[in-house]
Design a binder for this molecule. Structure first.
Ligand SMILES: Nc1nc2c(c(=O)[nH]1)N[C@H]1C(S)=C(S)[C@@H](COP(=O)(O)O)O[C@H]1N2
Ligand SMILES: [Mo]
Length: 489
């Protein structure tokens, strides 16, 4: 091929890609961050297909950046795929020698493929309109195949794609925030618990209160499920005497309880922030399970995002099905309409968007265990150091949360000399509940730079182990330490 021919093809490909980008943006403009978003299936596929080491690297090393990269690659693949469809549509229009029909052909082709991907008409129409718009604008640049026009066509379609993307993203941001602020009035009994937690939270600058204001999220999917309450059901099957299915209305009709409960991710760093507490509303799992007559020793929880986790049935005994969080319906990000809460265990078996409880005779392997993690057991004990302040009177104030699952926290010890001597920190008054964190604070005088170390003693009297281990595969371990320079505070 001559350089001119290469250039022509390259520019035609740029036009097609711009069409693909506009198709993705058009779908986003209409449905937003929903399962019907045309990029959702491919973005989620990258997570399912990515090798375990890559997923582990992404969450432990890259953290939130990792999931952003995964999402971005899903978007790129979808845009490229729809770009090919745009090119095919244009080619078809050229074949039948009706160039004026090109935008219509593009709209049809993109609409059809997007419809299959998204499974939703509105999303497909958004994609079709976005792509057709680019195809129309490209033609304003002149005839394809003419060197100067080709350049102009590529430029124009790029600009059009950018405009659609800006409109789509900007429009969603402005008019339809993906996680709308809750509007339901908080029931009195929950309000009382929230007030209790506020009252018991230590007044320390930079320390998150006992009910977290930003609850962490860990999702395997780039685009979370969004099942409607009316469509949701929970099926209990497998090694059971009586297969049983509950609808949301069934669960709603049961008597609800409120529980403080803390969650911690096995994949977080030692002093990380994937540790949070909320007041959850729901029903004990045993009430749902008893009529099914469980006959196996293991359980597999399955969810609407394809996630699954397995663990011994015994852990279900204190388990909870949560449908509310901090006095609001359970947010989509945290598993609406219903999630499991398994006290004292790592976050990963607290399955969100729960759809199935399958009882098993033999142990099986969950999503993260297939990727090398050991995160189905009880949490490790930890005392974290989240706040370092200089008080008005010149003293230093260090503080953080401490958590040991259902073992509870008995005390927290602080060393300001790198671990040679230890003093007991003050603790927040315990919140009601079997599985809740506490806060610790310690104030002292210091002149020069020094090393602060902190460690917890759990409710069984066991000291938090000193040996340092990274998160993979069984959760982080070790004592949190930080060098403090009073003059720098
Ligand atoms: N269905 C489903 N449930 C899930 C997950 C998920 O990706 N999908 N992530 C798990 C992990 S690893 C953790 S730590 C907790 C986090 O819960 P949160 O996002 O509400 O904080 O949910 C668990 N439940
Ligand atoms: Mo997790």
């Amino acid at each position: 091929m001559t350089p001119a021919a290469w250039r022509r093809r390259l520019l035609a490909a740029a036009v097609a890609l711009a069409g693909g980008v506009a198709a993705v943006a058009g779908s986003y403009a209409v449905v937003g961050d929903a399962p019907a978003f045309v990029a959702a299936p491919i973005a989620n596929l990258t997570v399912t297909l990515a090798p375990g080491v890559l997923v582990t690297f992404a969450i432990t090393v890259l953290g939130d950046l990792g999931s952003k990269l995964a999402y971005a690659s899903g978007l790129a693949v979808t845009a490229a795929l729809l770009g090919v469809v745009v090119a095919a549509g244009r080619l078809a229009a050229a074949r039948i020698d009706r160039p004026l029909l090109a935008p219509a052909a593009v709209a049809l082709a993109v609409g059809a493929v997007a419809g299959v991907l998204a499974g939703a008409l509105d999303s497909a129409v958004g994609a079709a309109v976005g792509a057709a718009l680019v195809a129309t604008v490209a033609d304003l640049g002149g005839d394809a195949g003419t060197p100067t026009d080709d350049g102009r066509r590529a430029l124009l379609s790029g600009a059009a794609a950018l405009a659609v993307a800006a409109l789509g993203v900007g429009g969603r941001r402005a008019f339809a925030p993906s996680d709308p602020t809750p509007t339901t009035p908080v029931p009195d009994d929950v309000a009382a618990l929230l007030a209790e937690a506020e009252g018991k939270s230590l007044a320390v600058e930079g320390l998150e209160p006992l009910v977290s204001d930003h609850f962490y999220r860990v999702d395997i999917a780039n685009v979370d499920p969004d099942p409607a309450r009316e469509d949701w059901s929970l099926r209990i099957h497998g090694a059971v005497g009586e297969e049983t299915t509950y609808t949301f209305a069934d669960v709603e009709a049961m008597e609800h309880e409120h529980r403080f409960e803390t969650l911690r991710c096995v994949g977080e760093s030692l002093n990380g922030r994937k540790l949070d507490t909320a007041v959850w509303t729901g029903v004990p799992l045993m009430g749902l399970l008893e009529p099914a007559d469980l006959q196996g020793e293991y359980v597999m929880l399955r969810a609407a995002d394809g996630y699954y986790e397995e663990f011994p049935v015994a852990a279900l005994e204190t388990g909870f099905l949560a449908v509310g969080m901090n006095g609001q319906p359970l947010p989509r990000a945290h598993g609406a309409p219903a999630r499991a809460l398994i006290p004292g265990h790592w976050g990963e078996i607290n399955v969100k968007w729960l759809t199935e409880i399958e009882i098993l005779d033999e142990p099986a392997t969950g999503y993260w265990e297939e990727r090398g993690w050991h995160g189905t057991g009880p949490v490790n004990t930890v005392a974290k150091l989240w706040a370092t302040n200089r008080l008005d009177d010149g003293r230093i104030e260090v503080a953080g949360p401490a958590y040991a699952g259902t073992r509870g926290i008995e005390s927290v010890e602080v060393s300001t000399d790198g671990g040679d001597t230890w003093t007991e920190a003050d603790l927040s008054t315990p919140l009601p509940g079997e599985d809740v964190w506490r806060q610790w604070v310690y104030r002292y005088e210091a002149t020069g730079p020094h090393e602060v170390v902190v460690r917890a003693i759990d409710g069984t009297g066991t000291l938090q182990p000193e040996d340092e281990r990274r998160a993979f595969p069984s959760g982080p371990s070790g004592w949190v330490s930080r060098s403090v320079d009073p003059d720098a505070l």
